[in-house]
Design a protein around this ligand. Structure first.
Ligand code: ZN
Length: 199
């Protein structure tokens, strides 16, 4: 673990549209009004659809290229990627976070670190990054990641049954305490009112 920076995906609905699946996968795409490239892609797609009824060699070639873009994007040249992007608005979606259905190291986050450019590791909401110089803590984190520990699950905020029971007891305690102090307040108020009326 050489880079220890933590970062979060930002949420900016004024510039981007978001798609959240039933599995809590997050995808993001610029708003059409904010991206000239996307505007062009929508226009081109409309034009392509009109032609599609004819199924010209051009549309067939594009369909093949587009399938390759979704199945194996690394097999495309930069020019081919640019071509797909210019004609297919769906290709402008970027997958931000994938909730693993089964754990696979590396799967789960498609966000790159703003410092080193490498893919991040998704951690649960309870994760608190240790200080950068805490070698021991970072060695442990590195080991967990290397052994394929699901960091999202380990550091998630879902309580265990025991923790849940403890929280329920604590909630009852707080409530009875609140009721008690409220009762005391009422009593004090009542006493004040009685005192006022007797004067
Ligand atoms: Zn980094």
């Amino acid at each position: 673990m050489t880079c220890r920076r933590s970062f979060k995906p930002c949420y900016d609905p004024a510039k981007f549209e978001y798609e959240i699946s039933d599995f809590q996968d997050w995808s993001v795409r610029p708003l059409e009004s904010c991206s000239l490239e996307l505007k062009v892609a929508f226009k081109n797609e409309k034009r392509l659809r009109r032609k599609k009824n004819l199924e010209t060699p051009e549309t067939l070639a594009f369909d093949t290229l587009r399938s390759r873009y979704y199945d194996d994007p690394m097999s495309l040249s930069l020019a081919e990627v640019a071509y797909v992007k210019a004609w297919d608005p769906c290709s402008h979606w970027t997958n931000l976070v994938t909730t693993p259905r089964f754990y696979q190291p590396g799967l789960g986050i498609c966000l790159r670190c703003p410092s080193c450019g490498k893919n991040g590791v998704r951690v649960g909401s309870n994760f608190r990054a240790p200080p950068r110089k805490d070698e021991k803590a970072w060695r442990l984190i590195g080991k967990m990641i290397a052994t394929g520990e699901d960091m999202g699950a380990v550091f998630s905020s879902s309580p265990t049954i025991e923790e849940h029971k403890e929280m329920a007891v604590e909630a009852l305690r707080i409530r009875s305490q609140e009721n008690y102090s409220k009762a005391m307040e009422w009593e004090a108020e009542e006493r004040k009112r009685i005192a006022n009326t007797t004067i």
